[in-house]
Design a protein around this ligand. Structure first.
Ligand code: ZN
Length: 463
């Protein structure tokens, strides 16, 4: 059976009947010359005689005006040109290949990343003629591989390479008793004893473990591998390490997320954030109490020292005070209409002994949802914080005789007002701290024009 061949497509005629007739007559008239063009017998002289120097010229002769080709199209190879692909098997990719349109199918995420340009710069679009790729309908994200539930054996193996915190002594006790018990119950077993990770119990940083044998069915009892805080309360006792970690955290600029990251980075099971918060709520009030007790003791000691010094009024002392903010209170100018500071610690230190102990602290926080600063109170209101701190000191018999603050602080007014309200019986005297004193001194020197006459100097180098 003969294969059906595809019929050639009917072409549109290039010339009309009239044009074809003209062409035919003109070609017939100049047939010899046209034919001779390719032979060596036709000289250039002959060609110029007929006005033919190139096929274009010929066409210009033949075609009526209106159908002529554009001027300057001098296509055609000169005689003797070797075709670029003669005797060549491979053809190097031409430039047009690289500038061809690229079609790409990306993931949904990548497509949106490519398509959404936050800032379109017209200059960067056409640096080197590279066409933007044409993005096809996005493909869904890579198919998720369903998580297979690990078998007990696999789980055991993956946990084998992780780390735990154990108390050295309790760990030794556990293994000694486990070995002896296993020996006693299964005298002929030479199995390998290890922790049963399936039955592990974790509490924050610590854990309770039981041992098992990989040959026989031996299972030990559970062993606590941590020391407990001794309390008289019923119920499970807190692990010492969990409490001490909390105390250490309170002195570190590190949050729960940061701590968890470090612990997980060490391939250890990390305490949960909620567990850490629960413990913090128990430990941190204790730390506050310890600090308060300590400050009380220092106040008592200060009065004692002044009594030994033979002071008439040992409770009237020299104090220095200032507030410290988590963000500088003026750092937000031009950036935010709000106060940048969210937390403040106003501390009062004694200037009586060389220790310069802090004997009063007021902490205020705008972030806390449970203990926010009262509405109408300003985080930068040092007057109120100073008043609170000085009132607290007054309750322990300490009054400000000399108060050193920064000159722009209203803390001194607080001390003065307390005296006028008869809360304190010592009239305070205001001192300015040396740092601000130095600043003021420097400014005065800068502004004093007479100084330039006494000690002339130059600001430019002489040639
Ligand atoms: Zn065994």
């Amino acid at each position: 059976m003969q294969t059906q061949r595809k019929l050639p497509r009917l072409r549109k005629t290039n010339f009309s009947q009239l044009e074809e007739n003209i062409l035919q007559t003109e070609v017939e008239k100049n047939y010899a010359v046209i034919k001779e063009k390719h032979s060596t017998s036709t000289t250039n002289l002959e060609k110029t005689e007929y006005g033919i120097t190139s096929p274009t010229k010929l066409m210009l002769l033949v075609l009526p005006t209106g159908l002529r080709r554009r001027k300057g199209n001098n296509s055609g190879f000169p005689t003797g040109t070797v075709p670029y692909n003669r005797q060549r098997k491979t053809v190097k990719p031409s430039k047009s290949d690289t500038t061809q349109t690229v079609y790409k199918r990306l993931t949904r995420k990548m497509t949106s990343l490519v398509q959404n340009i936050p800032y379109k710069d017209t200059d960067t679009q056409c640096v080197n003629d590279t066409k933007p790729a044409v993005l096809l309908r996005p493909r869904d994200t890579a198919p998720k591989i369903p998580k297979t539930k690990k078998s007990a054996k696999k789980n055991q193996r993956s946990e084998d390479s992780s780390n735990r915190t154990v108390n050295v002594r309790l760990n030794a006790i556990m293994w000694n008793s486990v070995f002896r018990e296993h020996q006693r119950l299964h005298p002929n077993c030479n199995g390998f004893l290890q922790w049963n990770m399936e039955r592990e119990e974790k509490f924050g940083f610590v854990n309770r473990e039981e041992a098992m044998c990989d040959k026989c069915n031996y299972q030990s009892r559970k062993f606590k591998l941590y020391e407990e805080v001794q309390t008289k309360k019923p119920g499970r006792k807190a692990a010492k390490i969990n409490v001490s970690a909390q105390a250490a955290l309170s002195q570190t600029p590190l949050g729960y997320t940061g701590l968890r990251k470090i612990v997980l980075g060490c391939n250890m099971p990390a305490p949960s954030a909620s567990g850490l918060q629960k413990r913090a709520n128990k430990v941190l009030p204790e730390i506050i109490n310890i600090n308060k007790e300590d400050m009380k003791a220092r106040r008592k000691q200060l009065i004692e020292i002044n009594t030994l010094r033979g002071r008439k009024d040992p409770g009237s002392v020299s104090l220095q005070a200032d507030g410290a903010y988590n963000n500088a209170i003026y750092s937000g100018i031009g950036k935010t209409p709000f106060q940048p500071a969210t937390q403040v610690v106003y501390s009062v230190a004694e200037a009586e002994t060389e220790d310069k102990s802090i004997i009063g602290v007021v902490c205020k926080n705008k972030l806390c949802s449970i203990h926010p600063i009262k509405s109408g109170e300003n985080i930068g209101d040092e007057y109120t914080w100073a008043k609170e701190a000085l009132q607290d000191l007054a309750s322990d018999g300490i009054e400000a005789k000399h108060l050193t603050t920064d000159p722009d602080s209203s803390a001194y007014r607080a001390a003065d007002d307390l005296y006028l309200e008869n809360t304190t019986s010592t009239e305070p005297e205001h001192f300015l701290d040396t740092r601000h004193f130095l600043n003021n001194h420097r400014k005065n020197i800068k502004n004093n024009k007479e100084l330039g006459e006494i000690m002339p100097g130059r600001t430019k180098k002489r040639p």
